[in-house]
Design a protein around this ligand. Sequence first.
Ligand code: FAD
Length: 295
Amino acid sequence: MRRFDMFVPENMAELLQFLDTHQFGVHVIANGTDLINRIQRKQVNPKVLVDLTGLQELKYVKKQNGLIKIGALTTISELIASPIITPRYDVMGEVARKFGGPSIINMATVGGNICSASSSEDLLPVLLVLTADVQLRNTHGERSMSLEDFVTGKRTTGLRPNEILVETGFPELDANSACSFEKVGMRNSLIIAFVNCAVYLRMDSKNRVVNEVRIAFNRVSGKVPQRARDTEKKLKDRTLDEQSLSDAVATLKGELKLTSDFRASDEYRTDVACTIFRRTLQSCVDKIPGEKIIV
Ligand SMILES: Cc1cc2nc3c(=O)[nH]c(=O)nc-3n(C[C@H](O)[C@H](O)[C@H](O)COP(=O)(O)OP(=O)(O)OC[C@H]3O[C@@H](n4cnc5c(N)ncnc54)[C@H](O)[C@@H]3O)c2cc1C
C-alpha cells in the first residue's frame, strides 16, 4: 500500500505558507482525476498531498478588462454552466461534450487540466489558440506568463515548487472571430483522442479574407499540444478557397509529427488530423455572422 500525508489548508495564506516551507515530496491535488491515476501507476510518489479543494475563491468565471478569466478550481461543468460562456464561447461546450463522462466533467478542474500538461488534455489546444495566459501565486506575490511558455514539455510546466496556478484568462472574442474544437477517438466519451484540433479564426469585416488564424493540435511535434504556425502562415491574409486550403493542408502534413501506437497508426492520425482541421475551420466560419464560405 502506498502511504502519504494529506494537508488540507483552510485558506490561501495557509496553503502558500505551507508550500513555501515544505517543498520536498509535496504535490498539490485538485480533484485528483489525473493525479490519483498517476500515483496508482507509481509515476508520482508524493510524501505529502496538499488538497486545494477548500479554496472556493478559485472557482469563478468572469469578464474583466476585455478578458474572460477562469479560476483554477472551476470544473468543466461549472465552466460551461456559467452565464459568461454564451453561445459565442460554445467551443467550451465542444470540449465538454467529448470530455471523459459525466462524473469526470463534474470533477475535472481547469487548473488541473492545464497543470497535467499532456497531449490528452483537451483544454490546452483551445486555450493555446485563444492566446491564454496563466496567473501563478506564491507567498511573495503573483506573476503571469503565456500558456504557451508555461507548458514546457510533457508533464512539465513553468510552475515553481512553492507556487500554484490561480487563474487562466484569454481575450474576449469579437464579432468577426470564432473558436472551435474537434476531437476524434475510438468513441465519443471516456477516451483519449487519436487527434484533437482547435482553431481560432478572425475574418475581415466582409468575411472574405483571413485576418488571423491560430491552429493547435495535441500532437504537432510530439508530446504536448502546440500551434501549427507554418500552416497558420499559409492562410493568413488569404481568401478561404480551395487553393489556400490545399496549401494549408499540405503544410500541415509536414508540420505534424504523429506517431503510431496501439490506438492508431501515424498515417491514420495524419488523415484524421487533416480532415478535422478542415471541419474545425468550417465550424469557425459558420459561427461568424455574415456571408458563409464553404471550405
Ligand atoms: C476516466 C477519465 C477520463 C478523462 N477524460 C479526459 C478528457 O476527455 N479530456 C481531458 O482533457 N482530460 C481527461 N481526463 C484527465 C483529467 O480529468 C483532466 O486533466 C482534469 O482536468 C484534471 O483536473 P483535476 O482537478 O482532477 O486535477 P488533479 O488530478 O488534481 O491534478 C492534475 C495535476 O495538476 C496539478 N494541479 C492541479 N491543480 C493545480 C493548481 N491550481 N495549481 C498547480 N498545480 C495544480 C496537480 O498537482 C497534478 O499534477 C480524464 C481522466 C479520467 C480519469
